[in-house]
Design a protein around this ligand. Structure first.
Ligand code: G4P
Length: 526
């Protein structure tokens, strides 16, 4: 197979959902179909149970599991499928946002009883920022859920995307009979825990009288009515609009019963995009270009605290990544090479000699990488699209052991490079403010500072709830604002000024009173 064919067969995506909608279950079933695992239950749930907020062993275990299942690769229907796992816990949402920068498309899982939930909306906002193509899987159809038409309306309204059903359920809950594939004109019969799919499929036109026999006249008529409505209300499915992130095809099923999953996977293989071109600060890079380039979207600390090395996750974007070759680290302007890069299989790591665009490669890192770092064959550019989002919780980091100041500084620097949290420094007194999206991160940081760096700290809560990066065309005005606001302005790791506001109201007031200043909710504003 030549390089173009290798690229064309790669499908790199993430499954996202509000916790409990069925992401882990669906992932497992996809792996079963792909032959990557043989038995159900092989994929550990990577959820931290709510009660575990102070259970550090649980956090450590979690970190272990999430390395092993960070990227799951298998071959299916001639495609090489790479599923990038995302943490379910909301306190790790930022990890998920960053992973979404490394995929070419996503599958969004919705619970048919609960509909669109809070985290679903936020995740979709991130997808829309870069027009990531989305396929929606409405799960748990074996439960008494919402009316499917109401669900579709809610999806369109809350997620701000057009939808187009490609399969349609015949009833739901205890009376769930199956789904009709609108594009294949086939009826898939629902069987609890069924393992074979082929036996339960019937190619049939909905007007065929046989349908009445198979599902009852009432259900057959309902299906005919529904299909007529769908064809009347929704435009025909347009692959180009899906790939442009404008329209999301919808599938129905029940992951835990292994139902609707194969149709989803087959549909995904047919329409999902191959590795796409990606923007850098200099130009757009096409995957087919002969020279290698890629970027780091995730950094994972080594589980063994005695070894401070980490694992950097590199998404290959163009050319061919080769083991042992020197590559240019564009931020540090130095050449680096990796003697044992590895790929992630379902539960094992294997050294790889090469990687094609779409692949994710694990690199041992001794502190040279920050999230967003770019490797090239010499050209000087930086991949875009890994913004920092405004954190929601802010605490000041106070050193409890002055003898360990160096360790603390190094520790917090490295942990924030890993993306565990964001570090801001107040010009006044050099005070360190840490911003996160969840309480759990503060506990993780405190624990890891002590166990990996030997530094002790405590947290002082701040009454800040918003951080906005500030810019202005008029530098004099910007400096004046910074001077006036004193300890409400801190600097991020790249020395960009950030305004810390107590509330949305205070933020708006400052925006209204300072029209010359632009307030950005993410760091990506260049
Ligand atoms: P998540 O990763 O999105 O957080 O969800 P996960 O797959 O862990 O699923 C959450 C719960 O929903 C699990 O039950 C799972 O068995 C159940 N589930 C998944 N798909 C379906 C489905 O199609 N129908 C029904 N009725 N339930 C489904 P749990 O009780 O939390 O865990 P478990 O003990 O069953 O593993």
């Amino acid at each position: 197979m030549n390089r173009e064919q290798e690229i064309a067969r790669r499908r790199t995506f993430a499954i996202i959902s509000h916790p409990d909608a069925g992401k882990t279950t669906l992932t497992e079933k996809l792996l079963l179909f792909g032959g990557a695992i043989q038995t159900a239950g092989a994929v550990k749930s990577n959820k931290i149970k709510k009660s575990a907020t102070s259970d550090f062993m649980e956090i450590e275990k979690q970190r272990g599991i999430s390395v092993a299942t960070s990227v799951m690769t298998f071959d299916y229907d001639g495609k090489k499928i790479n599923i990038l796992d995302t943490p379910g816990h909301k306190d790790f949402a930022e990890d998920t946002y960053r992973t979404l920068t490394a995929v070419d498309s996503v599958i969004l899982v919705i619970d048919c009883v609960k509909g669109v939930e809070e985290q679903t909306e936020r995740l979709m906002e991130v997808c829309r920022m870069r027009d990531t193509p989305v396929i929606i899987f409405v799960n748990k159809m074996d439960r008494e859920g919402r009316n499917p038409f109401d669900l579709l309306d809610e999806l369109e309204e809350k997620l701000n995307i057009r939808v187009r059903p490609l399969t349609w359920p015949v009833n739901m809950g205890s009376d769930f009979k199956g789904v009709y594939s609108l594009y294949e004109k086939k009826l898939y019969f629902f069987r609890v825990n069924k393992t074979k799919v082929e036996d339960d499929v019937l190619p049939i036109d909905i007007n065929d009288p046989l349908l009445d026999e198979k599902v009852s006249t009432r259900d057959a008529n309902q299906l005919r009515e529904d299909v007529e409505l769908i064809e009347g209300v929704y435009d025909p499915f347009d692959v180009a609009a899906y790939r442009a992130g404008k329209i999301a095809p919808v599938f129905f099923g029940s992951a835990v019963n292994n139902f609707g999953v194969k149709e989803l996977l087959d549909g995904f293989c047919q329409v999902s995009p191959e590795p796409i071109a990606r923007p850098t600060d200099k130009r757009v890079v096409e995957p087919e270009e002969s020279k290698f380039s890629g970027f780091v979207f995730k950094i994972h600390a080594n589980l063994d605290p005695r070894h401070r090395d980490r694992i950097a996750f590199l998404r290959v974007c163009s050319g061919l990544f080769e083991r042992g070759k020197f590559y240019h680290h564009t931020r540090l302007d130095k050449d680096v090479r990796f003697s044992s890069p590895f790929s992630f299989m379902a539960d094992a790591k294997a050294v790889v000699d090469e990687g094609f665009p779409g692949d994710v490669i694990g690199l041992y890192d001794t502190g040279t990488f920050k999230i967003g770092d770019t490797l090239t064959e010499g050209e000087d550019f930086q991949y875009q699209g890994i913004p920092s989002f405004s954190p929601e919780l802010f605490k000041e980091l106070v050193n409890l052991d002055p003898m360990k100041t160096k360790q603390l500084d190094k520790g917090i620097q490295q942990l924030t490079d890993e993306g565990v949290a964001q570090l801001f420094t107040l010009a006044l007194g050099n005070r360190k403010i840490v911003g996160t999206v969840g309480e759990l991160q503060f506990e993780v940081i405190q624990y890891r500072l002590e166990h990996e760096y030997g530094a002790k700290c405590r947290w002082v809560p701040l009454n800040t709830s918003r951080a906005c990066w500030i810019t202005a065309d008029d530098k004099v005005k910007l400096n004046e604002f910074i001077r006036l606001k004193g300890n409400q302005v801190a600097y991020d790791k790249d020395q960009n000024p950030v305004f810390l506001a107590e509330s949305d109201w205070m933020l708006r007031m400052n925006q209204d009173n300072n029209p010359a200043i632009t307030f950005h909710k993410t760091s990506e504003f260049k």
